[in-house]
Design a protein. Structure first.
Length: 487
């Protein structure tokens, strides 16, 4: 009996290399067609890895307002360290894209073909994963049905008939009558379910201690870290490539050795360390990672730290490069349904919360919730770091203070800033009377943060205004002082 060799799933996936080449060739012939292509496809829609690289580089040239031709494209690829594509020089490869070009005016049609093949590949991969999970012992029927529904909803969103009548949108009264669901949170006020979060901090602001402690505490529902509410256990994958595996292990053991984290559920936390990230944030690594997230049913993925995942993806300050990178992040989020948290560095000291992160403004703009770690103080064995949160899906959170003290049975706690030692520290540094500028300098924070705290202290009856300042370049500023409380 003869047997037929089994082909891999990858070799059977739908693709149209000719249509992909035609899009790239059309852009080389007429640069204006890149705008047509951008509106209809993204780099991930190309099945050929070299086509993805070329298209991304074209987008970079377009952003920099440079012409797109054989020379400029080859030069841009060389800056990325790419001199060979498909076994030939980049110049030869790019030149061949124009050979045998069909009608340039058919670019929209070629884009439609490429997009359709990409959607088919996604459905096939998802179907393959669902089939494998369905055949396992103890398969979760509800989870598999949700995966099918999510896939159907995602595919339907790409069609024109979004409201069921063949037309886009709704009239005013119809739209107002729709009962849209309220955004849910994995961690109330901090992590939207299926959302995007970014932590921004200067180096050594204890952000990795925070993410590790939060991930451990959130494995069980209830009030965690003294201040945050978790309705359901959060299954978290912590991708920790900033520190060495030994350092990550030491941090985890330090927390688990205390009563605060003794009852955490180890089944709800998975660690991926630096040793499993040797090849970097490649398409192959991402595909493997997505499959694992889906199989493990992750609710939250923490990427610590962003700069290591961005290596090889261009310039962190480039709008085009960061846009492509965040596109990858969104695909991971859409495929897995998990919320994503990026831990990132700050390079604009004392800047407003939304402007403090390093690199392009695309990064904080992508996040639905931005968490900034600010002023840090150390006293003996206790470290305190002030935290501000901007969450577009929740009521504003008052500034908090993270207290890290491993000599305590509760080593990681969050406290309201005005309830901690921040007020007393500020008052001790300020004179009998002071201005908002003095307060900014004392707290090492931007004006908006100082004004918010001042308002809170006035509401609590701790501070009052003693002189109203005149506006203008030559006018004085309003002056305040602490209200003395007599027992």
């Amino acid at each position: 009996m003869s047997t037929r060799p089994v082909q891999s799933l990858e070799k059977q996936l739908p693709q149209n290399i000719a249509a992909e080449r035609s899009i790239l060739g059309a852009i080389l012939v007429t640069n204006d067609y890149i705008d047509t292509a951008m509106q209809r496809v993204n780099s991930g829609d190309f099945s050929d890895r070299d086509h993805q690289i070329v298209f991304n580089t074209m987008l970079l040239l377009r952003t920099d307002q440079q012409p797109i031709d054989v020379i400029t494209l080859a030069e841009a690829l060389a800056k990325k360290g790419i001199s060979v594509l498909a076994g030939v020089s980049t110049v030869a490869y790019i030149s061949n894209l124009e050979d045998g070009m069909p009608r340039v005016t058919n670019v929209e049609h070629y884009c439609a073909i490429v997009k359709e093949k990409a959607r088919l590949r996604s459905l096939i991969k998802l179907g393959d994963l669902i089939q494998k999970q369905a055949m396992e012992n103890g398969a979760d029927l509800a989870h598999l049905q949700n995966m099918l529904r999510d896939a159907a909803a995602s595919d339907a969103a790409l069609s024109l008939a979004t409201n069921g009548n063949g037309h886009l949108g709704h009239d005013l009264m119809e739209f107002l009558s729709i009962d849209f669901p309220q955004p849910e949170h994995l961690v109330e006020g901090l992590i939207p379910k299926g959302g995007t979060v970014m932590i921004v901090a200067m180096p050594h602001r204890m952000k990795s201690f925070f993410t590790t402690g939060m991930a451990l505490a959130a494995t069980r529902p209830g009030t965690i870290l003294g201040k945050l509410e978790v309705a359901k256990p959060v299954r978290t994958i912590l991708v920790q490539v900033e520190d060495s595996p030994g350092e990550v292990q030491k941090r985890l053991k330090s927390f688990l050795g205390t009563s605060q984290f003794m009852d955490c559920d180890p089944a709800n936390l998975r660690i991926i360390d630096r040793s499993e990230f040797k090849d970097g944030f490649t398409p192959a690594w991402c595909e493997r990672f997505v499959r694992q997230c889906i199989e493990w049913k992750a609710d939250l993925v923490i990427f610590d730290v962003l700069r290591r995942f961005f290596v090889g993806h261009g310039d962190l300050n480039s709008a085009a490069d960061t846009s492509v990178f965040l596109e990858i992040m969104d695909k991971i989020r859409n495929l897995t349904g998990a919320a994503l948290m990026l831990v990132h560095h700050e390079n604009r000291k004392e800047a407003e919360l939304m402007y403090a992160s390093a690199g392009s403004y695309n990064l904080p703009g992508w996040a639905q919730c931005v968490i900034q770690f600010k002023k840090k103080t150390e006293e003996k064995n206790v470290t305190r770091v002030e935290i501000e949160v901007d969450n577009k899906y929740a009521n504003p959170m008052d500034p908090m203070r993270m207290v890290l003290d491993f000599t305590s049975s509760t080593p990681l706690l969050l406290e309201a800033l005005e309830d901690g030692t921040g007020f007393r520290e500020a008052m001790d540094q300020l004179g009998a009377e002071w201005t908002i500028r003095d307060l900014m300098e004392s707290l090492q924070c931007p004006r908006s943060s100082a004004q918010r705290r001042l308002k809170k202290w006035i509401e609590l009856g701790r501070v009052e205004k003693v002189a109203g300042g005149k506006k203008g370049p030559h006018g004085g500023m309003a002056r305040y002082h602490e209200i003395a409380h007599i027992p």
